[in-house]
Write a protein that binds this ligand. Structure first.
Ligand SMILES: [Zn+2]
Length: 236
């Protein structure tokens, strides 16, 4: 297992988890629900109908696939009833993905940057929002764009969350068809993998639902058990 512990000598850091045990045929599919200020403007103006990919959740339920979802605070504000429904479904567990999906380093793609002094409150804000909607909320957290450094981990240690990274990017962002997503995931998964896909759909991740069925069937055919992140790292 590749996990860097939070309490090392005298410097306290947010713990980071990038994968699970490599000696068991388990894989965690994870789904991020991004919502940025720009995406919300597109939603409000009607350019995009929805940033909730319900078809994707329907596939997870139909195939009985456990999954871990990372929700931004703005997404929770947009879809509070959906958050409650996902929270009530024993297949799923929920974590957070910051309030509005800004970056935690200076050049994190085009996400902008959370000022250092606001980082802790930004992370905590989404945690509080999730706690209000989900009585079983986890303390899993994901950095937007996967961007962080040691100083950020130090800054965020008091948040009490664990950063869940990945070893298999799903490549579903702005995909042009399902096939490259399927190939990317099934070609790179190994024991203990954490796969990142997206559940906001819209024009940002339009083919994730179509790719998911073939991914699930292929991974199961290869003998992988699909599990939540919590189960991936549990010794049970
Ligand atoms: Zn994201």
């Amino acid at each position: 297992m590749h996990a860097r512990p939070g309490a090392s000598s005298n410097v306290k850091l947010m713990p980071v988890l990038d994968d699970g045990p490599r000696d068991r045929k388990r894989v965690a599919l994870t789904f991020d629900a991004d919502l940025t200020a720009l995406m919300r403007r597109r939603l409000v103006s009607g350019q995009v109908k929805s940033y909730y990919n319900k078809a994707l959740i329907d596939v997870l339920r139909a195939l009985h696939v456990p999954a871990t979802m990372f929700l931004t605070g703005m997404w929770m504000e947009q879809y509070p009833q959906v958050v409650k429904e996902l929270a009530a479904d024993p297949l799923f567990e929920l974590g957070t993905h910051t309030y509005d999906h800004r970056g935690f380093t200076e050049h994190c793609y085009t996400l902008g940057t959370v000022p250092r002094a606001q980082m802790l409150t930004d992370v905590q804000r989404a945690v509080v929002q999730l706690d209000q909607l989900d009585p079983h909320a986890t303390r899993w957290f994901r950095f937007p764009g996967g961007c962080y450094d040691a100083a950020v981990l130090h800054e965020l240690a008091p948040a009490g969350v664990t950063a869940v990274g990945l070893d298999v990017p799903g490549a579903d962002g702005f995909a042009k068809s399902p096939q490259p997503i399927i190939k990317q995931v099934v070609d790179h998964v190994q024991n203990g993998s954490i796969v990142v896909l997206h559940m906001h759909g819209g024009d940002n991740a339009p083919y994730t639902a179509q790719a998911l069925g073939p991914i699930v069937r292929e991974l199961r055919a290869r003998g992988y058990e699909l599990v939540t992140v919590t189960r991936l790292v549990s010794r049970r």
